[in-house]
Design a protein around this ligand. Structure first.
Ligand SMILES: [Zn+2]
Length: 223
């Protein structure tokens, strides 16, 4: 049986499968010298899991399509809040702690308005959390960037500059915190070695659990 996937070879030590949370496509990451037949077998043995997961991702993507209708729910820090339309409002989009309020006349640009709202919340919250943890753990960092990243939740540059995915602000705060811990831990350990994980787990004991949550639910963090 042949499978459809993107193959990325590198100096890694083991084979890993990743499914894109945007469209469910499969990427196989493999060491340089593993023969194709072995890769095919590896994928073959996991075909049932791949198909189940792809179906689930595609169904989730379908159900998270937005029209910005009244009554649709939007995530923020792990909770979901309904959207309400109003005919008069000073702001095009606002959040009152219980619901999102959209000025009806601005509905055509609702996606952009949500993007801007999430972006400003993400900048504030991720900067606050990073500053708090960096002071508590005495790990100095450089600049913080918050962006809409395609495939990562965070990254750490050699100079200590940290980047975070804006969509983290839709996840529960402990999950967001675990990504902050992960990137701060990279300032001390640049790789994903056992030492890195040991250190990262002292900063955030639940880091693996939160990572698994993101893997499972990351594609639902959309607006
Ligand atoms: Zn990492």
């Amino acid at each position: 049986m042949t499978h459809s996937y993107k193959l990325v070879r590198s100096r890694r030590k083991s084979i890993a499968l990743t499914l894109s949370l945007r469209d469910g496509t499969l990427t196989v990451r493999a060491p340089l010298r593993v023969p194709l037949s072995a890769l095919e077998r590896f994928v073959d043995e996991r075909q049932a899991w791949i198909e189940t997961r792809q179906k689930q991702i595609r169904a989730d993507i379908e159900s998270s399509q937005r029209n910005y209708d009244e009554g649709e729910y939007f995530r923020y820090l792990g909770s979901e809040y309904p959207l309400v339309h109003v005919d008069e409002s000073r702001k095009a989009l606002s959040f009152d702690g219980e619901k999102f309020v959209l000025f009806r006349g601005s509905r055509w640009r609702a996606k952009r308005l949500f993007a801007d709202w999430y972006s400003s919340q993400a900048k504030r919250i991720l900067t606050d959390r990073t500053t708090l943890f960096s002071e508590t753990w005495r790990i100095p960092h450089a600049r913080i960037h918050v962006r809409d990243m395609k495939s990562r939740w965070g990254s750490c540059r050699r100079d200590g500059a940290l980047s975070f995915n804006v969509r983290l602000v839709l996840s529960p705060l402990p999950v967001l915190d675990s990504v902050v811990a992960h990137e701060l831990a990279h300032i001390v350990h640049r790789d994903h070695s056992p030492q890195f994980w040991k250190f990262a787990s002292t900063l955030c004991p639940e880091i693996r659990h939160h990572g698994a949550w993101l893997k499972k639910n990351g594609h639902l963090l959309v607006w």
